[in-house]
Design a protein around this ligand. Structure first.
Ligand SMILES: *Cc1c(COP(=O)(O)O)cnc(C)c1O
Length: 384
């Protein structure tokens, strides 16, 4: 069952009637999502992927629950530091870092660094000597709505060699990582990745290196238009796979959830600006909203992420007969169309001034908004 918007968000939108477009995040849901993952995977350390939603209220909740934080840049590291998060709870998980940023993270005391290439390894060896490093290998992203397949990772042969070179360069070859792809709808994908992980552990043991850590990445889903398996299904698949491949000698495990923690916690409310047709016989209406690809919804690129959408009039659900619509944003850019190939059915009576809510929009939205394309300011944000 796809959960409705929380009563807290619903009340806030009704009572405060904030200007649109806006993102409203229920911090209780962030906390509950973290707690559920922590309970389902008690043997893992949870590094929240800060990039999913780096707002201070989100980071503070997770800080107070003892979470660790996976940072994609020195800026995220400093942001965590400014909130009093100890440096030993941070990792520098991007495989593409400036050497001076690695040095700054090393100075701050960040213990853990990712790489997937010789060039990156050499930078880490120079700028953060002796630190723990892990090598990311490729995954194809099958089953994921937002794959992370081509840009990150290397093949297994190269990963094995790089981990040996890490030792030779004076670093601590701590383990390996992978990402099965974001919004991963198939919990079985971790089994494939863990089989490869085991091959690397075996290969490295044969070369005198005892890897100690598996970074299982992110991929835990939010609830968009299509239902997805439960967190417990993911946890069970992962633990079954780990046990199958590693028996009872289970290494330290890390997960890096982003979407799975912040996604379901937020709702974007937008306003209908125009409803139009392109010809007298055209059965499909164009619905233009005050939010689009540049306003915080770039994950609609190729219609990859399909948000659940609820039309609203005067604070209540807008009902009545519906028909298919193409949804588009307000800017003068041709690419600013949200959904055309997967049309959404919206009420025939939909009018300018009505509102539309995007559910499960708490991750990969607010910081993805442009700063002022066409003069439109970024999404306003409310953390309640
Ligand atoms: C983005 C990212 C994550 C978070 O992925 P989700 O699918 O949002 O959970 C985790 N790890 C790394 C290295 C990432 O780049």
């Amino acid at each position: 069952m796809l959960p409705p918007m929380t009563p807290k968000i619903s009340r806030f939108l009704t009572e405060s009637a904030p200007d649109t477009p806006c993102l409203v995040v229920d911090c209780d849901v962030v906390a509950a999502n973290y707690d559920r993952l922590a309970a389902a995977l008690p043997l893992t350390r949870i590094y929240y992927a800060v990039k999913a939603n780096p707002a201070a209220p989100v980071l503070k909740i997770l800080r107070d629950r003892g979470a660790r934080f996976d940072s994609a840049s020195i800026h995220e590291i400093k942001q965590c530091q400014a909130l009093g998060i100890e440096s030993d709870r941070l990792s520098f998980g991007s495989t593409i870092k400036k050497e001076r940023d690695i040095a700054a993270a090393h100075q701050i005391g960040v213990p853990l660094y990712a790489f997937d290439s010789r060039g990156e390894l050499e930078k880490i060896a120079r700028a953060a000597p002796g630190r723990q490093v892990f090598c990311r290998f490729f995954m194809e992203g099958a089953g994921a709505d937002w794959p992370l397949s081509r840009k990150f990772g290397c093949d297994l042969d190269m990963a094995a060699d790089l981990l040996v070179q890490a030792r030779d360069l004076g670093l601590d070859p701590y383990g390996v990582s992978f990402h099965v792809g974001s919004q991963q709808t198939d919990p079985g994908q971790w089994d494939l990745a863990l089989g490869r992980t085991k091959m690397l552990f075996t290969a490295l043991a044969g070369r005198g290196i005892d890897l100690r850590m598996i970074n299982l990445g992110g991929g835990f889903p939010a609830r968009y238009r299509a239902d997805v398996p439960d967190v417990d299904d993911y946890a069970q698949s992962i633990m079954t796979a780990v046990t199958r491949h590693f028996g009872n000698r289970i290494p330290q495990m890390i997960i890096e959830p982003g979407r799975g923690i912040a996604g379901d916690a937020g709702v974007i409310e937008a306003e209908v600006v125009l409803v139009s047709q392109k010809g007298y016989d055209d059965p499909i209406r164009w619905v233009f909203l005050d939010v689009g690809k540049f306003g915080g919804l770039p994950e609609t690129m190729d219609e990859a992420i399909k948000y659940r959408i609820e039309p609203i009039r005067a604070g209540a659900a807008l009902e009545g007969d519906t028909g298919p619509c193409i949804l588009a944003g307000p800017t003068c850019d041709e690419v600013d169309v949200l959904y055309e190939h997967h049309p959404y059915d919206l009420p025939l009576d939909l009018q300018p001034g009505d509102r539309v809510r995007f559910l499960a929009a708490g991750a990969y939205t607010s910081t993805y908004a442009s700063i002022g394309f066409n003069g439109f300011p970024p999404l306003t944000e409310h953390y309640i």
